[in-house]
Design a protein around this ligand. Structure first.
Ligand code: EPZ
Length: 435
């Protein structure tokens, strides 16, 4: 393998067959590395995926003085040497994780400074919900010169109702509440399985945290949190991605460690399309059918169909017989990637109306957030550049199905979130070279 990979050269037309092991969830592991800073002893995390976003998070923690030891998929975070409340832009590598540091840094230093956030370009992605919640907990928040700053001697508990059940705002506030004075109640909160997994880590560290009915987290702040050992849940986005890869390449893939609990709405959706699957003790076996059916679907917060499954699912619908609709209700600008698929032969149209069965908060705002897909359409190979992480997997799928060789660039985006993606696909029989 070359040191730096510029492109994947993907030969289409091969069925993917065999077994693949799902890695730990990116959107749990990166948060848990930060949660460890609330402790005053080392925290050991197992099943941490070896991906770009984990490396970036570890580098950021090391830049703050934290000692991090990596041994394969086990990462030990020793927060005792944490020595600064200032996260510089150079340290953050422009992903979205720094905002989670607000609570842990305020608890340690009485202040925190984090740079403006990066991450996938799928909409404006403001952080007003995070900041409003921190203010309710007593933090004095300011913004300027590309940095967010927060100050507070001791965070105090609050009743916080989120304007929208944002995943990371919920996490920011849980981390802030874990050691705040009193009991914090967060309503209209996100309840994604990755958040629950982080709550389990916090409980093992000594936190008192409960998920109650109606999207409500109740966190009774404690004075100190200690060490713990925790295994990160398997990545449900990666699991779904391989399931669709089996269906689209006319293959059969046993996705080891895929968990039905976390994939309920995904499995219902692919069943409606006609993709066969069998839930087994240690994973899920995904197969293929000769014909797929069109569906109407909206993305939603958990337990709905997640926005990060939308991109491979749209690829699947390009091969369904008839007209399908996908209405994206989480991010206003998450269909830009379809333009390249249209050039490869897909029949996809974008609309700003809320198509599907319900209206969403993007109604009348001219965001192209609904998508009509007509199929089935064969795809031609092409040179394609990955625009964001999840679109990246759907481009790989397109290339794996197309006739001839496609050249896929922008691969560092996909490597941010999928561990050993090329190795795993090659093991399943994909013909991929790197350049
Ligand atoms: C998390 O992003 C994930 N990222 C995303 O995964 C995922 O797509 C998303 O949740 C939704 O499930 C990480 O966990 C690192 P949100 P997050 O806050 O938390 C609006 C991937 O590929 N909003 O739930 O940033 C926001 O603009 C990625 O792994 C505000 O208006 O998403 C969006 O429309 C991409 N103000 C909606 O809420 C705020 O303060 C949902 O965003 C916060 C959010």
């Amino acid at each position: 393998m070359p040191d730096k990979i510029n492109a994947y050269l993907v030969q289409g037309g091969n069925s993917l067959k065999g077994e693949v092991l799902v890695s730990g969830a990116k959107n749990a592991a990166t948060k848990q590395l930060v949660a460890a800073l609330l402790s005053d002893e080392p925290v050991i995390l197992h099943n941490v995926p070896q991906i770009g976003d984990v490396s970036a998070t570890i580098e950021m923690l090391e830049g703050l003085g934290v000692k991090v030891t990596v041994d394969g998929s086990t990462v030990t975070v020793d927060p005792r040497t944490l020595n600064t409340s200032q996260v510089s832009e150079a340290l953050s590598r422009k992903n979205r994780i720094p905002v989670l540091l607000m609570g842990p840094l305020i608890h340690r230093f009485g202040e925190a400074s984090i740079p403006a956030l990066g991450g996938c370009k799928i909409g404006p992605r403001p952080i007003d919900i995070h900041l409003a919640g921190l203010e309710k907990m007593g933090a004095e928040v300011s913004e300027g010169d590309g940095y967010y700053k927060a100050k507070c001697k001791k965070l105090k508990a609050a009743m916080i109702e989120l304007r929208f059940p944002s995943v990371m705002a919920t996490e920011t506030l849980i981390l802030a509440a874990a050691k705040a004075k009193g009991t914090t109640v967060i309503t209209n909160a996100a309840v994604e399985p990755e958040i629950l997994d982080t709550a389990k880590l916090l409980q093992s560290m000594g936190a008192i945290i409960n998920l109650e009915t109606n999207r409500t987290w109740v966190i009774q702040g404690v004075e100190r949190l200690g060490g713990a050992e925790h295994s990160v849940i398997p990545d449900r986005i990666e699991a779904a991605s391989f399931g669709i890869a089996a269906a689209l390449t006319k293959g059969s893939i046993f996705v080891r460690d895929a968990r039905q609990d976390d994939l309920l709405s995904f499995l219902n959706a692919i069943r409606r399309v006609g993709v066969p699957f069998k839930v087994e003790k240690d994973g899920i076996l995904f197969g293929h059918a000769d014909e797929y059916h069109p569906v109407v679907l909206e993305t939603d917060t958990h337990p709905g169909f997640m926005t990060d499954w939308q991109q491979p699912f749209v690829m699947l619908l390009t091969q369904a017989k008839g007209v399908s609709i996908v209405h994206e209700t989480i991010f206003e600008d998450r269909f830009g990637y379809t333009e390249a698929l249209v050039k490869m032969g897909a029949n996809i149209q974008l609309h700003s109306d809320c198509l599907g069965s319900k209206e969403c908060r993007f109604k009348h705002q001219n965001f192209l957030h609904s998508c009509i897909i007509s199929g089935p359409t064969p795809l031609k190979s092409a040179d394609i550049c990955i625009p964001d992480l999840r679109a990246g997997f759907s481009y790989l799928l397109a290339a794996l199905m197309a006739d001839g060789e496609s050249r896929v660039t922008g691969v560092e985006l996909i490597e941010r979130g999928y561990a050993d993606i090329i190795g795993k696909l090659q093991t399943l029989g994909a013909k991929i070279n790197v350049e």
